[in-house]
Every structure is written in structure tokens, then in C-alpha cells.
Design a protein around this ligand. Structure first.
Ligand SMILES: [Zn+2]
Ligand SMILES: [Zn+2]
Length: 677
């Protein structure tokens, strides 16, 4: 605390000289009271030795709540923080995504306040913000009931109405520990011991009578937690160890406004309506069978039909784009996995080995080593490159029980996997072709929006990466060039590359705005070296090829899960397992039904006739429940005119039209892979 005045650098480039000890709130007020009211916290970058942008991304969730912040790095602080050095200052308003996290974490304090007021015997764990809200962990012998949760919500409303200030206080660490131990606050004792230094002052926040060990920041007062909801209760063992006491974790969520909160619940409802596990059952697409095991998918006829269309499309596209199709086994000797390195760094993700008479075997978690063996099976020259091997390969990966989720997280799945072996000079054109292919996949299957990330290495951490500097530079430059040349906006993420090479990830955006990681294009400098891959170059010398792994659906299962949710089960005509449902009005029209069915099948359509002795409306309803794109109804009038009465999904009754006209129209929709219907 030296200088009488300090320099505050604002985002517009202006600099203000203010007395040392001025708060961000005072500065906001001096700019405009409206800005002050809109600000949630402030973002500081101290000018002396400041490392802009080095926000605490690497910290564990717990360290991020308790460990003292690096005072030289960019960080968020309370609006009431006294500024004592020259700094860049940005007032963080509701427009900043970080602000919502602060509101949510503050809501966790409000929840803990409410719990202690209602149930004073409760011991506190911790209460971080999450991507969709917040939670707080509590220890209390009696389980909370749904009525308790409702009461907690009510009490939180009161605490928010009280508009208690969040006051930042410090206490000597030893004193704080003594108090926590005395009160039996075993979790707080743990956090203080683990995340603070002996001899330091420990940071607390007080609102009303409630005090919590926390480094902040928070909103200025509880009144700024405007829209929130206590959601649910779950059990969790303290520190994840089942020998420890069981905690009760109460989840909640908070938003800036009631409107945002309502929109959030509407989105959740919509997501639940689209849940692929529910639709998978309702539309009889797939199942997971207890008797067979978790994470293993059974494709029922309707789901299998969609898969066939996806796979046919993918194989045809691969051939059109110069790939060669291969098939490889599901298991291999452990020796292979030792050579590839999987046995070392990936063993935890593999099924345990099985012993046969001659050796130990393992299910394959990846197809790469198999494609490499095909490459290696005969000498290669530069004329053979690029060699592009594609396979819809089944792989098996160990996922912990309890982590499986429908089609999205499974133990056995099919990758649309390809490996491209090429010369360094071919990298750019190969990557470019992969990106075009990925775009074609997304567009064809109805996704118009996607986000691209380029993961590169951290050149300061050289020891962690396989391959030469030259190759890394070349690969990163090529990926960069390709994305730039295509005008694709992307985010570069340094240090996110795998140890074996840089990669491009394509994340699609579904109809609900959710991001899904599916396509990936990855370089590999490691496996070609491990397997001693070679080609004879134009110079007659032996060289090592570069290898690219790429998967576009990613996993066929996962992609299918995303498709189900994206379309809410109403697949476009070209993908629908049953495209046309036929409804003869009475048994009298069975002969005409057979004629229509034959004509449609001849034209290549997937058709189902409902010949049951049921009411017409019941038959129509059943097809509609199956989300059948077209339902054709016919009686005497239609039969006499070689016509059908057409019901289009989402549009209702379209009236009667000649069968031939209907066929022509539907055919053009299928051929163009239209997503209109
Ligand atoms: Zn806090
Ligand atoms: Zn691979």
C-alpha cells in the first residue's frame, strides 16, 4: 500500500487517476450509475507483471474456490474490492458469460444460508457454480425431503429480499481452523488445510449471519440473485470415497432474470421430449439389454434401417472420394497393443485381456494399428500415396459402470474410421479434403451450423510431444492454411493437441443450440515411428509417411443419438425407416393396397400397409405416432382413379393426387436428401 493515487486503465483506452483504495463500484458510479447497477463483478489485470488472459483455467474446481488467486494474473474481484495498484479494469456486466457463474455461485451461498437457518445442525461442504447452475454439498444425518427443498427455496427468497451485502473478511488461518474443528466442520477443515498456506489469512464471506470460507468473488448483495430454483437432491460420498460419510448434494440453478430461467426450463422440457432414449423405445429403434450388459447397443429393425442408410451413404462417399474400404478383426494379440503403445497409455480404457491357447488377446479400442498393418503388409512407394483406408470399425472401450448414457456413451461402438498415409507435401490437400468431407456429412444429415477448433501443441513443453519440430510446424501450418483458405472461422487451442499430433475438431450445433463433438481430423507422428512405416520417395530413399486419423460421424451410435434428438425422431424422408404408411379405408380396398404397395416398392420406397380391421383414424394415428413422413389413405374413390389421399407429416391432409404424381414428388425429395420432409 504505497502510492496515494493509482492509475485505472479502462477498456476504452482511457486512464483514470484515483485515490488508492477506490473500489470498482465507485469507478462504475463515476462513469454512469446505470453501468454501476448493471455490473456484477470486475475483471482486473494488474499492470505490474500482469499476464493478461491467464485466467485460472487450469485450477481444479475446488482450488478455484479456495486457493489464493495469483495476484499478478487477470482475475475477477468483488465490486467492493479496494484497488491499491495500477491496473486494467473491466466492469463485468450480465453480457459477460463469467458474470452468470458469479451469480450462480452467489446463489449457492444463499442456499447454504437458507439451509443453516432451517437446519442449523448441517455441516457445509462446498458450493460451486456449474455449467447449468450450482450445487452445495451438505452433511446432515437426516435426509432432506422434497418438502425440505421447497422450504429451502422459500427461505432463499426471503434472504434475497433481505438484500444482505456479501462482505469480504479475513481471519488468521490457525484461528479459522480451530473454530472449524471445534464445530465439527470436517469439510471446511479439510478445504482450509488443503488450499491455504500456514500463517496466511483465510478469506471469508459474510452475508447476514452466514459466513463461508471462500475466495469469491460474489455479487454485491443477495438481492442480485434474482431468478433461481432449487432443483434436486443427490447423494455423494465425501471426497468420492465410499468409506467416508455420505453427503447430500442439493442442485439448483440461477439466471439473471425470470425470463431466462423460464426459457431454461422450456429448453429442458424440449430436450426431454427429444431424449433419444425415450424416442428410441417409442419408435422401436434400439435397446440396451440387461442380460447382455450396459453400454452395448441392440439395433432394432427400424434403427438398423437408418444405420444402413447412414453406412451406405458413408461407404459410397468414401469410394467417391478416393478411399479404399477395408475390414479388420475385433480382437488382436496384446503384442500388437504393445507395439502401438495402447497397452501402455490406453490400457485403462480397454477391455481386460482374455487368454486363448497361444496368447493374450484384447478387444480393439481403435482401428489404427490394424490399418497400419495393412499399409505395412507390402512395400509402398510415393506412387501409392496417399493411401486412404476406411472402415466402419467396431471398437470396444471400457467405461466405468454408471457412466453409460444411451447411445451417447457406450462400451461398444462403430467408428467411421479412416487413416490416411501420405507424404508431408500432401498434408494440406488431404486435410482440405477431410474438411470438405466433414462439411458434406453435416450438411447431408441436416446440420447447418458448426464450430471448429484447432488444437495445437505447447512448444514450451517439447518433452510431452512425439515427432519433430518441423513436422509439428508443418502440420499446424497446414491445418491453419486449410481453415483460412476455406474461410472457416475457428478457435485455436494451444496445448490441447494429443501428444502425437495436432487436430481439428468439428462440433455441430443441433436444433436446440447444443454443441456435439463428432468429427475429428488428427495428425499422428507417433504411430508411423512406432511401426517403422516407410515409403520409397521420388529420390529413391526411404521416408516415413505422415498419418492422419479421421472420423466424421465419430461414432455411428453417437451420431444416431444426436440425429434422433435433432429431428425429435421425425427423420427426413430419405432417412425414415418407414417412409410411407398405407391406410386402406376398409378390407374392400386390400387389393388396391397391394397394388399401391407394389408400385411404391418398385420405385424404391420403404412402405408399410396397415391391413388390420381397424378404424381408418386409428391406423392414421398409429403411423403418425411413428412419425411416418407420408400416410396415404384410399377408398373406392381413390381406387377408381388410381389415386391416393396424401397426409404429409407436419402439414396434415394434402388432398388426393394421382399415385404416379405422388411417386415423382416423393422420389425427388429422397434423391435430393431433402430435409424439408
Ligand atoms: Zn463463495
Ligand atoms: Zn486412428
Amino acid at each position: 500500500m504505497s502510492k496515494p493515487t493509482i492509475a485505472i486503465h479502462l477498456p476504452d483506452g482511457s486512464v483514470r487517476e484515483v485515490p488508492s483504495g477506490t473500489t470498482p463500484l465507485e469507478i462504475a458510479n463515476s462513469i454512469s450509475p446505470r453501468l454501476a447497477a448493471a455490473s456484477v463483478v470486475a475483471r482486473l489485470t494488474p499492470l505490474a507483471g500482469g499476464t493478461a488472459g491467464a485466467a485460472s483455467g487450469e485450477e481444479s474446481a475446488e482450488a478455484a474456490m479456495y486457493a489464493a488467486q495469483d495476484a499478478s494474473a487477470t482475475r475477477l474481484v468483488d465490486l467492493s474490492t479496494r484497488l491499491v495498484e495500477d491496473t486494467r479494469l473491466e466492469l463485468v456486466t450480465e453480457k459477460d458469460p463469467e458474470a452468470l457463474k458469479v451469480v450462480r455461485h452467489s446463489a449457492a451461498h444463499v442456499m447454504a444460508s437458507a439451509v443453516l437457518e432451517l437446519f442449523p445442525e448441517t455441516k457445509l461442504g462446498h458450493g460451486p457454480a456449474t455449467d447449468s447452475g450450482f450445487f452445495y454439498d451438505f452433511y446432515r444425518e437426516k435426509p432432506f425431503t422434497p418438502e425440505d427443498l421447497a422450504e429451502i427455496q422459500e427461505r432463499m427468497i426471503e434472504i434475497v429480499e433481505r438484500d444482505e451485502k456479501f462482505v469480504h473478511e479475513f481471519e488468521p488461518r490457525e484461528k479459522a481452523l480451530e473454530e472449524f474443528e471445534r464445530d465439527g466442520d470436517f469439510m471446511k477443515t479439510h478445504f482450509v488445510t488443503r488450499f491455504t498456506e500456514p500463517g496466511s489469512a483465510v478469506s471469508f464471506y459474510r452475508n447476514g449471519k452466514f459466513v463461508d470460507f471462500c475466495r469469491g468473488p460474489h455479487v454485491p448483495s443477495t438481492g442480485r440473485v434474482k431468478a433461481f430454483k432449487v432443483l434436486s437432491l443427490a447423494g455423494a460420498y465425501w471426497l468420492g470415497d465410499e468409506k467416508n460419510p455420505q453427503l447430500q448434494r442439493i442442485y439448483g440453478t440461477a439466471f439473471f432474470s425470470q425470463k431466462d430461467l423460464d426459457a431454461h426450463f422450456a429448453r429442458l422440457e424440449e430436450a426431454a421430449r427429444r431424449d433419444h432414449r425415450v424416442l428410441g423405445k417409442q419408435l422401436d429403434l434400439f435397446s440396451i439389454q440387461d442380460l447382455a450388459g450396459a453400454g452395448l447397443i441392440f439395433w432394432h429393425p427400424r434403427g438398423a434401417m437408418i444405420r444402413k442408410i447412414m453406412e451406405d451413404w458413408m461407404r459410397d462417399e468414401c469410394l467417391r472420394r478416393g478411399y479404399q474400404l477395408v475390414y479388420t478383426p475385433h480382437v488382436a494379440r496384446v503384442n500388437l497393443w504393445q507395439t502401438s503403445g495402447h497397452e501402455g497409455f490406453y490400457a485403462g480404457n480397454m477391455f481386460t485381456p482374455m487368454e486363448l491357447d497361444d496368447a493374450m488377446y484384447r478387444m480393439k479400442p481403435m482401428n489404427c494399428p490394424f490399418h497400419i498393418l495393412i499399409y505395412k503388409n507390402s512395400p509402398k512407394s510415393y506412387r501409392d500415396l496417399p493411401a486412404r483406408y476406411a472402415e466402419l470399425g467396431n471398437v470396444y472401450r471400457y467405461e466405468r459402470s454408471g457412466t453409460m448414457h444411451g447411445l451417447l456413451r457406450v462400451r461398444g461402438f462403430t467408428q467411421d474410421d479412416a487413416h490416411i498415409f501420405c507424404m508431408p507435401s500432401q498434408i494440406e490437400s488431404e486435410v482440405s479434403a477431410c474438411i470438405d468431407f466433414a462439411e458434406a456429412v453435416l450438411k447431408t444429415f441436416g446440420f447447418t451450423e458448426f464450430k471448429v477448433e484447432l488444437s495445437t501443441w505447447d512448444p514450451n513443453d517439447r518433452a510431452h510431444y512425439a515427432g519433430s519440430d518441423e513436422n509439428w510446424d508443418l502440420a499446424i501450418r497446414s491445418l491453419d492454411n486449410v481453415l483460412k483458405a476455406k474461410g472457416i472461422p475457428y478457435k485455436t487451442i494451444p496445448g490441447e493437441a494429443a501428444f502425437y499430433g495436432p487436430k481439428i475438431d468439428v462440433k455441430l450445433v443441433d436444433v436446440l443450440g447444443r454443441l456435439w463433438q463428432l468429427s475429428t481430423v488428427q495428425f499422428d507422428f507417433n504411430l508411423p515411428a512406432r511401426f517403422d512405416l516407410e515409403y520409397v520417395g521420388e529420390d529413391g530413399e526411404r521416408h516415413q509417411p505422415v498419418m492422419v486419423h479421421r472420423a466424421l460421424f465419430g461414432s455411428v451410435e453417437r451420431f444416431f443419438g444426436v440425429l434422433i434428438e435433432h429431428y425429435a425422431g421425425a427423420f427426413p424422408l430419405w432417412l425414415a425407416p418407414v417412409q410411407i404408411g398405407l391406410v386402406p379405408i376398409s378390407e374392400r380396398h386390400t387389393a388396391y393396397a397391394q397394388k399401391v404397395e407394389a408400385a411404391l416398392k418398385d420405385a424404391g420406397f420403404r412402405v408399410e400397409t396397415d391391413a388390420r380391421n381397424e378404424k381408418m383414424n386409428a391406423k392414421i394415428r398409429d403411423f403418425a405416432n411413428q412419425k411416418t413422413p407420408y400416410i396415404l389413405v384410399f377408398g373406392d374413390k381413390e381406387a377408381a382413379a388410381d389415386a391416393v389421399s396424401v397426409r404429409t407429416r407436419g402439414k396434415g391432409d394434402q388432398g388426393s393426387m394421382p399415385l404416379a404424381d405422388f411417386i415423382a414428388k416423393a422420389k425427388s425429395l429422397v434423391e435430393s436428401q431433402s430435409t424439408e420432409l
